[in-house]
Design a protein around this ligand. Structure first.
Ligand SMILES: Nc1ncnc2c1ncn2[C@@H]1O[C@H](COP(=O)(O)OP(=O)(O)OP(=O)(O)O)[C@@H](O)[C@H]1O
Ligand SMILES: [Mg+2]
Length: 177
């Protein structure tokens, strides 16, 4: 294994690394304060590495649940219905890091009473996040990576739903990247 990693995110147990969170000064305070934030930087500058370090650190501390969700597979998706379906599935898959949610997306959907009733596509993200937060025993922080893969109506709907969730938040901290 090459310890000098130049192919994708670095992991402390595999690679030589600089302290990843030093690259996001003030981010712990934003998370603790329930704020949302956006990280933008050129390609291959360590965004994913830093976010994954934040997830590890947050889950290691134990006072919150942190979820990492990459939106990369939705690159350029334009069908709103289909994209929201995939987004919900991605979120539920990503939530498996929380022991209480370690189930298939289908089982989790049923357990969280998420249905596909009228108009569900316009609330797929906010409803899924709300349901996860209601069931989790701690505040939940979500890190969306590769958010710039979303385009057009799918991007607008995603951002709108995060905004709704943020305005009505009780126990969730949403972070978009
Ligand atoms: N903390 C670190 N210490 C040492 N090298 C690092 C660190 N973080 C990132 N790198 C270097 O940067 C490369 C890219 O890291 P990473 O995939 O996290 O960046 P990124 O900004 O998410 O990239 P992309 O824009 O492609 O998503 C790594 O392969 C590694 O060479
Ligand atoms: Mg990345």
């Amino acid at each position: 294994m090459r310890k000098f990693n130049t192919t994708g995110p670095c992991f402390p147990d595999e690679h030589y690394m600089l302290p990843a969170l030093d690259r996001l000064p003030g981010v712990r305070e934003l998370v603790a304060g329930g704020d949302y934030f956006v990280v933008h930087a050129p390609r291959q500058t360590g965004k994913t590495t830093a976010l994954k370090a934040l997830v590890r650190e947050t889950n290691g501390k134990g006072d919150m649940f942190a979820i990492y969700c990459s939106l990369e597979s939705l690159q350029g998706a334009t069908d709103l219905n289909d994209a929201m379906s995939k987004l919900r599935k991605l979120l539920l898959q990503s939530a498996r890091i929380i022991p209480a949610f370690d189930a298939t997306p289908e089982d989790l959907c049923a357990a969280l009473a998420l249905d596909n009733g009228p108009g569900w596509t316009v609330s797929a993200v906010s409803e899924t996040l709300s349901a996860l937060c209601r069931k989790a025993e701690k505040p939940v922080v979500v890190f969306f990576d590769e958010a710039d893969c979303l385009v057009g109506d799918v991007l607008i709907s995603f951002l709108r739903q995060l905004r709704v969730g943020y305005i009505n938040r009780k126990t969730i901290h949403v972070v978009g990247l």
